[in-house]
Each structure stands twice: as structure tokens, then as C-alpha cells.
Design a protein around this ligand. Structure first.
Ligand SMILES: Nc1ncnc2c1ncn2[C@@H]1O[C@H](COP(=O)(O)OP(=O)(O)O)[C@@H](O)[C@H]1O
Ligand SMILES: [Mg+2]
Length: 292
């Protein structure tokens, strides 16, 4: 396996939880023993560096690479949470220097170095925002359940297709109360719902601490949901328990056979055996593994 997978995290609207999703998925993928790099491709408002409190950034930023002033791997630094990160420049001139067409070379370089590359993007539909959507293997859409956010998500979904990308599905964020992700408006988008992340006050705490939520507060509701999501993206089952500490020996993937179909999610044909969401949420108690 010399060639890794590239995921883009996108939304039509800012402030819906893309960066939170990208950071935490990166951390979960690292927990699952994959090498992973997170690229902050929000060219205008790069903030992964702050959210993760990257202490010792590499000598170069993404903007330097996109300006042709640095090699892709020179911009990689270590992030808390056991993964690597490419932070963006934060000076206003940096924005003008960046040439989005250089992102492809960057992604290729990272793809050959890491199992998983996650590209966080800025909100909106401008040209530079769309570049990662065309070159990622799969785009993960992020939206809250607000009507305006969902409308913009529909546009982003169309855009991904127009630039030749692939939508993996939707992550519904900041879900509160008795909200469920698969209501009518969400269903109207006609994309798989990959996960539903509850509103969780620990998210802000983890940002203040400069750490991914999944390591900062591993058992908080949003962390649990992000863990589900991360393994879902890998096509695996999450460990049955994930006590603090290293997540190793915390129980291997459930043997659960494929049954996404049972959930009526139009189970992706690509990776064969993953247990249903229901099965995973209930630790295998519900949603049996009937593969045939
Ligand atoms: N599940 C959540 N619960 C509570 N607050 C959240 C959650 N997800 C994101 N937030 C907050 O929402 C704001 C926007 O999140 P962010 O991930 O930066 O969005 P984006 O990258 O789409 O602009 C941040 O202040 C973040 O702390
Ligand atoms: Mg962001």
C-alpha cells in the first residue's frame, strides 16, 4: 500500500464544524494506527495551527508550498494527537502568494508518504475552495441542520460532482436535543449520513487546550461520535471501548460483518464488511451482522 487516501472536508458555509471534524477525524485515524497528515487548506482563514496549538511549526507553511517557495514535506509539523499537520500562513500577503493549482503536487507528495491525508477547506464556493474537492478521493460534507447550511451543502455536493470529485457522505454537526440526523431536509440531500455529532461544550474546551477533542475528552459525546465517524471513513468498526490511554488493547475491531444495507443507507459497495451504525452504536446488541 504505497498510495494513501485523500479526504477533503467541505461545507457551503463557514462555522459549521469543518475544522473540528477534520482535526478529530485525523486524531481518530491516528488512533487506528494509520499515518495521517492534516492540511489546513482554508487559505483565507487558516486556523488549524491555533486550534491545535502547534508549538513548533515547520519552517514552511502551506502557503510557502503553494507559492513554490518550499517543498511539500518541508511544511509538515507534528500535531498533538499523534498526527502531522501542514498549517497555513496567517499573514494577509500569504493569501495572494498561494497558487491553488500547486495543491495537486502537494497532495501527491503527501499521498505517497501517508496512509491518510485530510484536507480541511474554507467555506464557500470560490475557485480556490473547489480545488481540493476535485483532487481528493472522497469529500466529506459537513453541515449543521439549519436550513441555510443544508441549502449550501446541496450546492457544495453539486460542485464536488462538477469538478470530478466524489462525495463520500454528510456529517451533521452540532446536533442537539432530540434531533436526529436523518430527517427530511437531510434526507433530501440524497447523500449517505456518515455521522451525527452532538453539540458538546467540551469542543470549546479542547480548542482552548489546543488538543483534539477525541484525546482531550475521549468519552465526551462528540468525541464518541467522532470516533465512530473516523472508523466509518476507514471502513472499520471502532474499538468496543476506548478508555483514556492509548486505545491499544482496548478491544479490537468488532468482528461485525457487513450490514450497512440493513440501515437502508445504500451500503457502499466498496468496502465490504462494516457493521451497521446501529450495531456500532449499541456495541453490537442491535442491528445484527447478517451479512447474507
Ligand atoms: N459539536 C460541537 N459542539 C459544540 N461546538 C462546536 C461543535 N463543533 C464545532 N463547534 C464550534 O463551532 C465553531 C465553528 O467550528 P469550526 O470547526 O471552526 O467550523 P468551520 O471550520 O466549519 O468554520 C467553533 O467555535 C467550534 O468550537
Ligand atoms: Mg475551519
Amino acid at each position: 500500500m504505497s498510495s494513501g487516501r485523500v479526504f477533503a472536508v467541505a461545507s457551503g458555509k463557514g462555522g459549521v464544524g469543518k475544522t473540528t471534524t477534520a482535526v478529530n477525524v485525523a486524531s481518530v485515524v491516528a488512533e487506528a494506527d494509520r499515518s495521517v497528515v492534516l492540511v489546513d487548506y482554508d487559505l483565507g482563514m487558516a486556523n488549524v495551527g491555533q486550534v491545535l496549538d502547534v508549538e513548533d511549526p515547520a519552517g514552511a507553511t502551506l502557503h510557502d508550498v503553494l507559492a513554490g517557495d518550499a517543498k511539500p514535506l518541508d511544511a509538515v509539523s507534528a500535531a498533538p494527537g499523534d498526527f502531522d499537520v501542514v498549517v497555513g500562513g496567517t499573514d494577509i500577503e500569504d493569501f495572494g502568494r498561494a497558487d491553488p493549482s500547486k495543491l495537486r503536487g502537494m497532495a501527491d507528495a503527501l499521498r505517497s508518504e501517508y496512509d491518510v491525508t485530510i484536507v480541511d477547506t474554507g467555506g464557500g464556493l470560490s475557485h480556490d475552495t473547489t480545488v481540493p474537492l476535485g483532487l481528493a478521493d472522497e469529500t466529506v460534507l459537513v453541515s449543521t441542520r439549519q436550513a441555510a447550511a443544508l441549502e449550501n451543502t446541496a450546492k457544495t455536493r453539486d460542485l464536488v460532482e462538477r469538478v470530478g470529485g466524489t462525495v463520500r457522505g454528510l456529517v451533521v454537526t452540532r446536533v442537539s436535543g432530540s434531533d436526529v440526523a436523518d430527517d427530511d431536509e437531510v434526507a433530501a440531500l440524497d447523500v449517505d449520513v456518515l455521522g451525527s455529532i452532538p453539540e458538546d461544550g467540551r469542543v470549546a474546551d479542547s480548542e482552548r487546550a489546543g488538543e483534539p477533542l477525541v484525546s482531550f475528552a475521549p468519552e465526551s459525546p462528540a468525541a464518541v461520535a467522532y470516533r465512530e465517524l473516523g472508523y466509518e471513513l476507514l471502513g472499520e468498526s471502532p474499538p468496543l471501548s476506548f478508555k483514556d490511554g492509548d486505545g491499544e488493547g482496548a478491544g479490537d475491531a468488532q468482528p461485525g460483518a457487513a450490514m450497512a444495507e440493513m440501515m437502508g443507507e445504500g451500503g457502499d459497495a466498496e468496502e465490504s464488511s462494516e457493521p451497521s451504525l446501529l450495531s456500532r452504536v449499541t456495541g453490537g446488541l442491535l442491528g445484527s451482522n447478517g451479512k447474507d
